[in-house]
Design a protein around this ligand. Structure first.
Ligand code: SAH
Length: 248
């Protein structure tokens, strides 16, 4: 009952294979379940491990350090986009990179690629992989995703533009372009993979845009105002996800 809706029961992430039957939860998630959520024997929760499924479970016993659960089923609710969506952008500073990773996860993005561009400023603290993966997990708990958005290694723009093939729709956001992102809408249909890229606060250099175009990327503007990195990435990701539904 109500299992398809993520808000119906609290979701807990475990980095272990799951299957029906008894399961013991320990560590920070056990603490969260018992102390923060104040769940008790008889309550129902939902476990997931990023394998695409979720595992409804009943709490059997709550001890100080571990929770005994009975996994009662395996569900695979459809919460993914029907195509692969990759978003590449330089990580913005501080809280803004957390915001970006969290929202991209909510939008259903498959992979996030941190970019190194000519004008990008590298913020080592924001770039820590485990930290970014933690944001992905937290966002997935909240939004109901059972596949985790992947975080790639940082890659230079020069290398990144050469990846992929002409069957993919590849869009680079750049102000002052004649084509608007909406005009690319018709090209979404039938694609199994879409890549979108956003530049650093200092913008892409002309050479970087020219290089991308020579590899088959389409440059598009997102309107007459300059958006910050995370706004541009989220607007474009949301457009693409939406176009697909409109056109399919
Ligand atoms: N001063 C920079 C703006 C950088 S904004 C410049 O002149 O290019 C950071 C990134 O967000 C840009 O590199 C671009 O990828 C994206 N972006 C921001 N506003 C945009 C707009 N109106 N149209 C297209 N892309 C935009």
């Amino acid at each position: 009952m109500g299992r398809m809706l993520p808000q119906m029961s609290e979701r807990f992430y475990v980095n272990l294979p799951l299957t029906t039957g008894p399961f013991t939860l320990d560590g920070p998630e056990a603490h969260h379940l018992a102390t923060v959520c104040r769940l008790r024997p008889g309550n129902e929760v939902c476990l997931f491990n990023g394998d695409g499924c979720e595992y409804p479970a009943r709490i059997m016993a709550v001890a100080r350090r571990e929770i005994t659960l009975e996994i009662v089923g395996v569900d695979q609710p459809p919460r993914e986009l029907p195509f692969k969506l990759e978003v590449a952008a330089p990580l913005p500073k501080g809280d803004r990179s957390q915001f970006l990773v969290e929202k991209l996860t909510e939008l259903g993005v498959t992979t996030f690629v941190p970019l190194a561009c000519e004008r990008s400023v590298f913020h080592p603290r924001e770039g820590k992989r485990e930290k970014l993966e933690r944001y992905v997990i937290e966002a997935s708990k909240q939004c109901g995703r059972n596949l985790l958005m992947q975080i790639s290694e940082t890659i230079t723009w020069e290398r990144y533009v050469g990846i992929g093939n002409v069957e993919e729709l590849r869009i680079v956001a750049h102000p002052y372009q004649e084509t608007t992102s909406a005009e690319l809408a018709q090209r979404v249909k039938g694609r199994s993979a879409i890549r979108i890229a956003v530049g650093p606060e200092g913008g892409f250099t002309d050479d970087e845009v020219t290089l991308a175009k020579s590899h088959g990327w389409q440059a598009a503007n997102l309107g007459p105002r300059i958006l910050r990195v995370e706004t541009a990435a989220l607007v474009l990701a949301a457009h693409v996800a939406d176009w697909f539904h409109v056109n399919s």
